[in-house]
Design a protein around this ligand. Structure first.
Ligand SMILES: [Fe+2]
Length: 156
């Protein structure tokens, strides 16, 4: 059932919807992971890491909304349910309990690195099918890579 008409062919819509849905689950999980560590980080760098993590939460939430609404605009219902995110996220296991600041930063380096790698695959996959969605993914990836750099610099 297509409630919203899509400007794309069936084949292109399938390609793009997989990329946008994948981006959605990664970004929802990134926001959850960043909040988890925001709450649990301890150590001498608590304040800076704690605040930096909320910057990641903010961009992850903003960008998850962008890709979800882009999918909807293409006639594809976005799926941001917790169970879907748990199965589909590309982010590995997040440390449980208190996390020292160096480990916290490394967890974000790893999480952002995993998401960026998958986002670059999505950029490559969507160029022909829908350059408008690709443009969204490129802008999001630039933002993620900026934060990836900053967390790497934290532990440099
Ligand atoms: Fe907070």
């Amino acid at each position: 059932m297509y409630v919203v008409n899509s400007p794309l062919s069936d084949a292109d819509r399938k390609t793009v919807s997989e990329a946008l849905q994948g981006a959605l689950v990664d970004l929802v999980d990134l926001a959850l992971v960043a909040k988890q560590i925001h709450w649990n980080v301890v150590g001498p760098r608590f304040r800076t890491v704690h605040l930096q993590l909320d910057e990641v939460v903010d961009i992850a939430r903003t960008h998850s909304d962008t890709v979800a609404e882009r999918a909807a605009a293409l006639g594809v219902p976005p799926d941001g349910r917790a169970a879907t995110v748990a199965v589909g996220s590309g982010i590995g296991v997040t440390p449980e309990g208190w996390v020292d600041d160096e480990t916290a930063v490394q967890a974000l380096v790893d999480a952002l690195g995993a998401v960026v790698a998958r986002m670059r695959e999505r950029i490559a996959a969507t160029g022909e099918a829908d350059p408008v969605s690709q443009d969204n993914l490129i802008a999001i990836t630039a933002d993620l890579e900026k934060h990836h750099w900053m967390f790497q610099a934290e532990n440099g």
